[in-house]
Design a protein around this ligand. Structure first.
Ligand SMILES: NC(=O)c1ccc[n+]([C@@H]2O[C@H](COP(=O)([O-])OP(=O)(O)OC[C@H]3O[C@@H](n4cnc5c(N)ncnc54)[C@H](OP(=O)(O)O)[C@@H]3O)[C@@H](O)[C@H]2O)c1
Length: 221
């Protein structure tokens, strides 16, 4: 299986590093292909760079490690190629105002996941994942001892669930389903109770994560 990672910034590069460390093949694409080539060169033989079009074509799963506005442009351009793919969406509805303060970019109650899922062709297998931690925490949190940290995901699709569980484990985390696409907002920031920022910055283990999904609030707040 090959995972295409479109975008090699904070999140895309972190996901790529963890997957390659876990023995997964990745194909990397960016706006400027030399950025993808540089990361692929650093990661070695399990990684290669390609154009966005070729990366999507080659990937069994496609991680859209892009800002939401970019995704809105990119999906219609590549809709045909996304048919049948597992599409992994780490976006948060977050932007920054003129003073650098984070702001919500979608109306309250509307998740980035619902926006991205609605843009995809009917044959794509959508899952929200890999965006539930800050990029720094994602980079540092793999293979935590004694208990792995959890990465939550949200999907309505069994094929996507099977794939994301495998990739999250390969990346050095425990996967846990937070719900379907209707629940994607719970694992997004700002506002999601299961996003790292909704968990007081904590990375939770599987027991804590299950309790949090059930709304038991057993994690420290
Ligand atoms: N940063 C975080 O802590 C964090 C945490 C959770 C979720 N997220 C979410 O993850 C997503 C990515 O965030 P990020 O911080 O990783 O962003 P980033 O560091 O700014 O990286 C964005 C990447 O997108 C690529 N790109 C831009 N336009 C493109 C296009 N038209 N075609 C292909 N690639 C394109 C850029 O290519 P170049 O390299 O060539 O410029 C870059 O590699 C966002 O939706 C964000 O909400 C971020």
């Amino acid at each position: 299986m090959t995972t295409a990672i479109i975008g090699v910034g904070n999140i895309g590069s972190g996901v790529a590093r963890h997957l390659v460390a876990g023995g997964e093949s990745v194909v990397l694409a960016a706006k400027d292909e030399p950025n993808a080539e540089a990361l692929a060169g650093e990661l070695g033989p399990l990684a290669r760079a390609a154009s966005v079009e070729n990366a999507i074509d080659d990937g069994d799963a496609v991680v859209l490690a892009l800002w939401l506005d970019t995704i809105k442009e990119l999906i219609p351009q590549h809709a045909r190629l996304l048919e049948g793919k597992v599409v992994i969406d780490p976006t948060n509805p977050i932007g920054f105002d003129e003073s650098g303060q984070p702001i919500r970019t979608l109306p309250e109650g509307q998740s980035a996941g619902s926006v991205v899922a609605a843009l995809l062709p009917a044959g794509a297998h959508y899952v929200k994942a890999f965006g539930t931690l800050s990029a720094d925490a994602l980079a540092a949190g793999a293979h935590r001892e004694p208990r792995r940290a959890v990465l939550f995901y949200a999907t309505d699709d069994d094929t996507a669930a099977t794939t994301i569980e495998r990739l999250v484990r390969a990346a050095g985390f425990d996967p846990l389903k937070a719900g379907g696409v209707a629940d994607a907002g719970r694992i997004e920031a700002p506002g999601g109770d299961l996003h790292q920022f909704g968990l007081n910055g904590q990375l939770v283990d599987l027991d804590q994560a299950r309790a949090a999904v059930a709304g038991e609030g057993s994690h420290e707040r």
